[in-house]
Design a protein around this ligand. Structure first.
Ligand SMILES: Nc1ncnc2c1ncn2[C@@H]1O[C@H](COP(=O)(O)OP(=O)(O)O)[C@@H](O)[C@H]1O
Ligand SMILES: [Mg+2]
Length: 266
């Protein structure tokens, strides 16, 4: 199962949700791979900390190394697993981001490398039970590659009215991509993040989405400083605070995802 977490809006929780769901899967015993396609590398920092630039030259690091060998070194291509790093967590692996991803984007696009991520991840199908792909906050080459490589997309929604507006553009973009490149891609659902039950607006916005028939997960993620602490400490919530309310909400979200995997397999 390969899931991409995508919303072209920044700061909605893509990185937080991708890493925390992946860490939950890993803790449950699934071999789990996280792919960091955002040049900002927040996921990479969250899961493994600062990267030693001398040990890992930017152009050979993770996703960049993988793409680089589709353009150069074609005769000496390495298995995609060669670019995967271990994390401090059992069963949790990372294909890290690299600072050179932005600089590479134009060339990859002009050389039609949009299917290369899908091909690379397909080679790893037997290695990992679950894959989570974190994306940049734009509908660019990398996020499109992720939507082509994945079976399902999760859309974080941060409960403001601008987010609602951009949700429709997003669903439209995903629809076009499904039609052109990946008819199998399921819009698995919208993840309500930074939900506050006290304020009126979030509840109203979510109710509107549901009335419109959009697939909204029942488990809402509340806003909590624990998430920021988790990023700062570089420890996913299941490790840092397994009994915290936000962790329980993530576990409930995970249970919903498991049910949908079960339904798809049935
Ligand atoms: N449920 C939450 N409660 C509190 N802070 C959150 C929550 N989800 C995300 N954040 C914070 O919001 C910021 C943006 O989240 P992030 O996951 O990096 O979003 P994105 O990847 O979409 O840009 C981060 O500082 C993160 O710690
Ligand atoms: Mg992010």
């Amino acid at each position: 199962m390969k899931r991409v977490v995508f919303n072209q809006k920044g700061g909605v929780g893509k990185t937080s949700i991708a890493c925390n769901l992946a860490a939950i899967e890993a803790a449950m015993g699934y071999r789990t791979l996280v792919v960091d396609l955002d040049v900002q590398g927040n996921t990479t920092q969250y899961l493994v900390g600062e990267v030693d630039a001398e040990a890992f030259p930017a152009e050979a690091q993770g996703v960049a190394g993988l793409y680089r060998q589709t353009v150069h070194n074609r005769k000496m291509r390495q298995n995609p697993d060669a670019f995967v790093w271990e994390t401090p967590y059992e069963n949790l692996y990372l294909l890290p981001s690299s600072p050179v991803l932005s600089a590479m984007e134009k060339e990859l696009e002009s050389r039609y490398k949009i299917y290369k991520l899908r091909d690379a991840l397909a080679k790893l199908d037997d290695e990992y039970d679950r894959v989570y792909i974190d994306t940049p906050p734009s509908f660019n080459f990398y996020s499109k590659s992720a939507l082509i490589a994945a079976n399902a997309v999760l859309i974080p929604f941060d409960c403001d009215s601008f987010a609602r507006q951009s949700l429709y553009t997003l669903l439209d973009n995903i629809g076009e991509l499904q039609e052109d490149h990946n008819p199998e891609l399921a819009v698995e659902g919208i993840v309500i993040n930074q939900f506050s039950a006290q304020a009126r607006l979030p509840g109203e916005l979510v109710a509107e989405l549901e009335q419109e028939g959009l697939p909204v997960f029942q488990a809402y993620l509340s806003s909590s400083v624990k998430m920021k602490e988790s990023h700062r400490e570089r420890r996913p919530l299941i490790d840092l605070a397994p009994r915290h309310k936000l962790t329980e909400q993530l576990l409930a979200l995970h249970a919903e995802l498991e049910r949908s995997v079960g339904r798809a397999a049935a």
